[in-house]
Design a protein around this ligand. Structure first.
Ligand SMILES: Nc1nc2c(ncn2[C@@H]2O[C@H](COP(=O)(O)OP(=O)(O)O)[C@@H](O)[C@H]2O)c(=O)[nH]1
Ligand SMILES: [Mg+2]
Length: 369
């Protein structure tokens, strides 16, 4: 399951977006502590799961979920550098920076003016500063340990963290470093914030959202208008444009009315759909499905995940006792209409634990208990 943490300065629309993403009806449940997050779940919209559910008519339909966390505003600047130890940030797979682009005299901006590019950079600087503190503390520790005890692994770690520190000192986020394999693994334990993929959510005025064409064109216009184009082109960065307040109001209508309002605004998808899709694209996540009369279910995994690891997403016992995976592609199943027909046409494949799961695979794992 993907975990995303909302970050941003005060009054940018984080809690409004959180409610939109998780259908949390009232903000009363948001905690007041600085370091305590509200946690909510989003159901990942997926038309393929809808069709599979129609085919199997199962007792349960279980979509993939994304966990969002929203922190009560930690101060007037929303600074994260004092909050590096917040579990919600450290454990996140991605950070979602909500940036205020909407202009509303009734909502004061802590910095006194609306400037999305300034805010994007200011938050980046905060993440970098927070990581610099972590890197320096770790380096001190490593040097001490090396004096007692030389080890090749510790020396390698020192070199990698030194590399990180140098980048951070130059103001570069760690997501821009092209670290690979074991070096990447060495860093994982630190949970560096600037290493995490970053989704920028541009929170627009209603008229900015509607007047700007559709889909990708709408987003690039929004980026240009807000001066974020260059920022968004950076490594490990993606964007979505929303109008959190209006979209939350729409989401609280009956589904039929909501669809009509979205169409009026020229929005093909809800804000929830757009933000989740952008998160999946950013992280390179794909879905596979398990189907049956009891349950049709979507699971999300990073692209490139091998079958045995994917099985572990369902249960560690299935990964441990993995024998093989019976796999049929989504399109094949839809075209044939039933699993039996796919079998007859030799379209159900037997795959081993190294098989790389593909987006839309329908999988039945065989395992020994
Ligand atoms: N006009 C306008 N106001 C918004 C929008 N999104 C949020 N707000 C308002 O801005 C204020 C702060 O929003 P909130 O979600 O609590 O911000 P947070 O401090 O980042 O969690 C609230 O009064 C919201 O209703 C928007 O898209 N347009
Ligand atoms: Mg809030």
């Amino acid at each position: 399951m993907l975990r995303a943490a909302l970050i941003g300065f005060g009054s940018t629309g984080k809690t409004t977006l959180f409610q939109l993403m998780t259908s949390a009806k009232d903000s009363a449940r948001a905690p007041h502590g600085r370091t305590e997050a509200s946690i909510g779940m989003s159901k990942v919209p997926d038309l393929r799961l809808d069709r599979l559910t129609a085919m199997y008519n199962p007792k349960k339909r279980v979509p993939a979920t994304v966990e969002f966390s929203d922190l009560a505003a930690p101060g007037s600047t929303g600074g994260v550098k004092t909050l590096v130890d917040v579990a919600a940030y450290k454990n996140a797979d991605a950070l979602v920076h909500v940036i205020r682009a909407f202009d509303d005299p009734a909502v004061t901006h802590p910095a006194g003016s609306i400037d999305p590019a300034r805010d994007a950079q200011a938050m980046e600087d905060e993440l970098i500063l927070a990581d610099l503190g972590v890197a320096e503390r770790r380096l001190d520790r490593i040097e001490k340990d090396l004096r007692k005890n030389r080890s090749a692994e510790l020396e390698r770690e020192r070199d990698v963290v030194t590399l990180c520190r140098a980048a951070l000192e130059e103001g570069r986020p760690l997501r821009a470093l092209d670290l690979k394999g074991d070096d990447l693994k060495r860093l994982r334990g630190f949970q560096f914030l600037s290493a995490k993929p970053l989704l920028i959510v541009i929170n627009l005025d209603e008229h900015q959202l509607t007047g700007n064409g559709q889909g990708a064109a709408r987003l690039s216009t929004a980026a240009e208008r807000t001066g974020l184009t260059v920022f968004l082109a950076r490594a490990g960065t993606a964007a979505a444009a929303v109008c959190a307040k209006i979209e939350l109001e729409i989401a609280q209508l009956d589904p039929g009315d909501a669809a009509a309002f979205l169409a009026d605004l020229g929005l093909a998808e809800s804000g929830l759909d757009r933000v989740i899709r952008a998160s999946y694209d950013l992280l390179g996540y794909i879905s596979f499905f398990t189907v049956g009369e009891d349950e049709c279910r979507a699971w999300s995994i990073p692209r490139g995940t091998a079958a045995q690891l994917a099985a572990g997403e369902i249960h560690s016992d299935i990964a441990r006792g993995f024998i093989r995976a019976e796999v049929v592609g989504y399109d094949a199943l839809i075209a044939r209409g039933t699993m039996a027909a796919c079998r007859d046409h030799g379209e159900v494949r037997l795959e081993g634990k190294e098989y790389i799961v593909q987006d839309g695979d329908i999988i039945n794992f065989r395992f020994a208990t």
